[in-house]
Design a protein around this ligand. Structure first.
Ligand SMILES: [Mn+2]
Length: 297
């Protein structure tokens, strides 16, 4: 990791369930706890920069996909710039369509392939053909692998952004047949929640790291808050019971902190309207603290 950390808000829920999810980054920008943490990190010599928010424009059902594409394009250009400068970034969201922008940008700036750890209760690997809801936040991983709407698969470059052998999912416990079939066909490694419980998150994260480092020029971390147990992160649109523990996930992030191969982190699907006693907001702050822990231990 680098001593500059850029904070970027993908303040859109255009591809998600409820508009309130787009407010997540705004709430974080005003979060006293986050401000305090950023203050600590600044004192420890980390140059923290809020880069502002990426905001949606008015759209209709007909222009929805084009609007998601526009937002992701802006995000991609931005993360590509950070990656080129070898500076670490944290994207907060917003719905998980952000991933199509975040990692398309990073991939474009890397000289080799990009590994990706995807923490999520869901697979996010639908295509328009397999999705029942048609919501784009259920499709970003498929798009990064090169499947789905070409407006999403070809951001900044026509090629797929991720190789199936260099990505893995952690914490999955809710999915549909169509997306599961795609990932199975591609041979993508999925650590379902059962396996995480059996073997422990630390062991699994180590295995995941081997995978995303093998033959890549760097790797990223895409973190959907619904991967966590809803008791610890209730502020999400699609909660699924029996999720990851916040403490264990923070420990795992601490083990990555300071790794120069880690290009950036994305923490998404925060819906402040669904939050209970700011639990999710605090969880996000703890996750950011964990990924920055290398610098102020
Ligand atoms: Mn997701």
């Amino acid at each position: 990791m680098k001593t500059v950390i850029h904070m970027l808000g993908y303040a859109s829920a255009v591809g998600g369930v409820s508009p309130a999810c787009g407010q997540g980054p705004l709430v974080l920008q005003q979060s006293k706890e986050l401000e305090q943490l950023l203050g600590h990190l600044s004192k420890a010599g980390i140059d923290f920069k809020w880069e502002g928010l990426i905001l949606p424009q008015p759209f209709s059902p007909e222009t929805l996909a084009a609007e998601v594409r526009r937002l992701c394009q802006i995000l991609a250009v931005t993360t590509a710039e950070f990656t080129r400068k070898k500076e670490f970034f944290i994207v907060t969201g917003g719905d998980h369509t952000s991933a199509m922008g975040t990692w398309s940008g990073v991939r474009a700036a890397l000289s080799g392939s990009l590994g990706l750890i995807w923490v999520d209760a869901h697979m996010d690997s639908h295509t328009p053909e397999t999705s029942e809801s048609g919501r784009f936040h259920g499709m970003p991983l498929a798009a990064l692998l090169g499947y789905g709407d070409s407006r999403f698969t070809q951001i900044l470059a026509p090629e797929p952004k991720i190789n199936p052998s260099q990505v893995c999912l952690i914490g999955v416990r809710s999915y549909e047949a169509g997306e599961a079939q795609l990932l199975k066909k591609l041979g993508v490694r999925i650590y379902f929640m059962d396996e995480v419980k059996q073997r422990g998150l630390a062991v699994i994260f180590n295995e995941a790291l081997e995978r995303v480092n093998r033959g890549t020029a760097g790797y990223g971390l895409s973190l959907d808050l619904d991967g966590l147990d809803p008791r610890e992160a209730p502020g999400v649109d699609v909660p699924e019971p029996d999720g990851l523990g916040l403490k264990e996930l923070c420990e795992a992030l601490k083990s990555l902190s300071g790794d120069p191969r880690l290009q950036g982190m994305e923490v998404v699907e925060f819906n402040p309207n669904k939050d209970i006693q700011q639990r999710t907001e605090r969880a996000i702050v703890e996750l950011i603290q964990a990924i920055g822990s290398h610098y102020y231990a």
